[in-house]
Every structure is written in structure tokens, then in C-alpha cells.
Design a protein around this ligand. Sequence first.
Ligand SMILES: *Cc1c(COP(=O)(O)O)cnc(C)c1O
Length: 369
Amino acid sequence: MSASIPFLDLKPQYKALEKQINERIQAVLNHGQFILGPEVEESENALSAYIGSKYCLTAASGTDALMMALMALGVGHGDEVITTPFSFFATAEVISLVGATPVFTDIQPDTYNMDPSKIEKAITSKTKAIMPVSLYGQPADFDEINAIGAKHGIPVIEDAAQSFGAPYKDKRSCNLSLVGATSFFPAKPLGCYGDGGAVFTNDEALFKKMAQIRVHGQESRYHHVVMGINGRLDTIQCAVLIEKLKRYDWELDRRNAIAARYTEVFNGMGQKCVAPLVKSDRGSVWAQYTVMVDDRNAFGAKLKDKGVPTSVHYPSPLHHQPVYASLRDRYQVPVAENVAKRVISLPIFSDMTNEQVDRVIQAVREVVG
Ligand SMILES: *Cc1c(COP(=O)(O)O)cnc(C)c1O
């Protein structure tokens, strides 16, 4: 039997961009402005142009980007932020880090995103923000969620860490609410070569606040007007992003084509392997291709035997994490609890070969029977 295929392989992507990326990195080494050098603003201009937002600020990570948004909106001690229980840990972590409490409302069983019909009941006088995640690359229901936010005067922050640029009606993820935060962690749809992230907004005042927060709350040199963090992204990482962004549309086409092949086959398998639903008014950028099966452990073990790796995003809802023991019994989120037991992700990346895609499909066919 041939060797296992990788779950994610970024080496072919680097090979395709090697010359441009090397030149860009070399240029930074030559000019030596490693912090807030010219490539930082150049990348921010390119990123905001791609997303369609007025402003972009790069950040040291997606986690810092989310935290800068929360801090700029004044979310802090005693406040509540309504979010999804089914996400990567950082979504809830940033809420707790600023001193607020995450309030988890249930998700939709087919898109895995927040269910807007569950949000309003969770609003209290302490609710200071609503923070949907566009999970696996597909935007959440922003029209509905923004309408709830507007009705109650509560800002909406998009955790777009997995969904950079995903289409939603005539807009793109990161620009679907007051502020969006993404991640450039290498494995994300648009990754740099280390940790990185960015915030996007059309609100000038909010942009200025986040820009201050990113540099220790500094208004001018050594004059600190608000509490901030060291949230800057390195110039070298911005230089890498400038070149990688130019290939992003091609990469999305590839991931969409792979996902379409998977979905066509899995749709014929009924409940044995449930393909992810992408709503017709939006698209996914396929951070993950995640199916639902009844016996996840057996499914994953059999695929592994056939050389196809899998991964679980995510094995438990956030309020079941040990650090959130005090919140564990506070929330009724049966859909998230059920989904967390059944989801399993298959390999998907832009430079996957057609042979690798065929092998995944063939292995799933054999396992499902
Ligand atoms: C990756 C991720 C984050 C955090 O991003 P980092 O760049 O790793 O800090 C936040 N939220 C979600 C949903 C993520 O997937």
C-alpha cells in the first residue's frame, strides 16, 4: 500500500511562491525595519482591498485581534458576550481574558454555526457584544444576527479566524459586522509563516482605538491613554502575506473544487457520512471539510488504516473544558453537544493532488460500505 497522504501539506504552496516570498523576506532583512516596517501598511492595504473594508490592522495572532476588538468596544469585568459553544477555544478565551463571561447559545445542526433564533433569549442587561464564529470557513447568519444586535444596541464581532474572505451575499467574511477578526496561523485559509491575525472595520473611531490598543494604548510616543497590549504583526510576516494573498483566489477555487467532489459523493451516502451544508447565499473557504458520522472513532481508525488521516474539530463544546467547570451546567446546548460527538474532518488543502482527493473518496466509500 502507498504511504499515507498528509492531512495538510503547505510545502507545495511555498514551492509555487518561493521566488517572490524569498525576495520579499530578503527586502525586509535589507531595510531592517522589523517592527511596523513599510510592508505592514502595504499588507493592510492589500488585505482591506480584498475584504472590501475601509480599515485593516494586522495583529500578532487571531487571538490578539479578537482581544483588541473586545477591548476597543469596552468589554470588561462583569460583562457578558454571547457566542457559540462549538469553536476553537480562543473564541471563549478572549472573552474571559478581558474579564467578561462567555454566554453560549446553541448552533444549527447542518452548518454548525450559531442559531440566530437562540440569541435573543440570552440577552441580559450585561450583554456587551455578540460574537458569532464563521466556522470551518462558512459565514454565520450575519443579516439575522446584525438585526438582533441593532435592535438591542449590541455590537457584533465576527470571529472570522477560519473564514477570511468567504463570500456572503455581496460581501466578504471579515466585513460582515461592526468588526471582524481573522487569523493567519499557517494552517488557516490564508496563513503566514508563524502566528498572525488582523481586524477589519469600516468604523474610523473603532479603528483608531484598536490601533492604540495594538501598541500599549499609546496615543503618541510614550504617552499611554488606554490599556493596551503588544499586538503588532512582524514586518516579515506581512511581507509573506502580501505574496500569499495574490494566490488566494486560485487556492479557493481549488478548495471549492475538492469540496464539491467530496460533497457530490457523500450526498449519496445518507446518514452514513453527512456532508457539510453551505447555504446558497454564501460560500465557504474550507478551513476544514467536516462530516458527521455515527461512530467517529471507528470511521477515523479505518480511514487511518487506508492511509487517510483525519482530525476532530472539536471533540467537546467549550463549556465542557476543564477551565470552564463553573459554567458547565449553566447552558443547554443539545445540538452542539451532539455534533461535538459526531464530527470528523477530512484532508483538504489547495495543493492536494487529484490522486490524493481520489484516495480520500475511495477510502470513505470502502469504510462506509
Ligand atoms: C485559530 C482560531 C482562533 C485563534 O487564532 P490564532 O491566530 O491561533 O490566535 C480564534 N478563533 C477561531 C475560531 C480559530 O479557529
